[in-house]
Design a protein around this ligand. Structure first.
Ligand code: SF4
Length: 229
């Protein structure tokens, strides 16, 4: 695994990664085919790097870029409904300067937080394979190493939770028994407080499984934990 000197060199290498043939083909196919509503736009169609404040004390891990969201705009959780929910919650809790996340140049700034995912390329049906998940995890290792101030990690969804715990275990922060995922789950893993939240996907938000107040409460808890490590 290459050790990167900075988040900038990490981003440089990550955005050129072609390690997963199925995901490379899919992300590029989607970028060519496009959704009708975005037919005039140029899709990113590459691995999506993490985004935020390099001094962040809060790290947020999602599943993977959305095909017509981050795979289109090139910024994590940007340009789809999941992102609308996430950044609204981050704005309400003081981690973002605005509630909306539409495109890369929309003025959004994330404060004291870094947003990433356990898989960096959009997968078909939002489902990476176990091999793709494992192949991509070294990028998360590097982010965790370079984001030296992280104290609290919010994992969005069970996939993000499992991928995060695996990455932390590989970095020497194993916990036994493995903490179970759930909305509001909380665990101490090595030096980090880890919080679980249902993923703000439409599958959860349309059905009412995840409400705005539930998501906001997770980030309020995260805010409360900062400085307590
Ligand atoms: Fe590379 Fe990760 Fe994309 Fe696979 S999913 S091609 S490892 S960036």
């Amino acid at each position: 695994m290459t050790r990167h000197r900075s988040l900038a060199t990490l981003e440089h290498d990550l955005t050129r990664c072609r390690a997963c043939p199925r995901l490379v083909e899919w992300r590029e196919q989607v970028a060519i085919g496009k959704r009708a509503a975005f037919a005039e736009q140029t899709y990113w169609g590459r691995p999506v790097p993490g985004f935020g404040d390099p001094q962040a004390r809060l790290l947020i891990t999602g599943l993977a870029p959305g095909a017509h969201g981050a795979n289109r705009t090139g910024r994590m959780f940007t340009g789809d409904r999941s992102g609308e929910w996430l950044y609204r919650a981050l704005h309400q809790t003081g981690f973002a300067n605005q509630p909306s996340s539409i495109e890369r140049d929309d003025g959004l700034q994330v404060r004291d937080a870094w947003v990433t995912s356990v898989v960096h390329c959009a997968p078909p049906d939002n489902k990476p394979t176990p091999l793709e998940r494992d192949t991509c995890r070294h990028w998360l290792h590097e982010e965790l190493r370079l984001l030296a101030n992280v104290e609290v990690i919010v994992a969005l969804g069970g996939f993000g939770w499992d991928g995060l715990l695996q990455a932390l275990a590989e970095l020497g922060h194993a916990t036994k028994p493995k903490p179970r995922f759930g909305h509001g789950a909380q665990a101490r893993v090595g030096p980090f407080h880890v919080l679980g939240s249902y993923h703000p996907s439409q599958q959860n938000t349309f059905t009412g499984r995840l409400t705005e107040s539930m998501l906001r409460a997770v980030f309020e808890r995260a805010r409360g934990l900062l400085g307590s490590a």
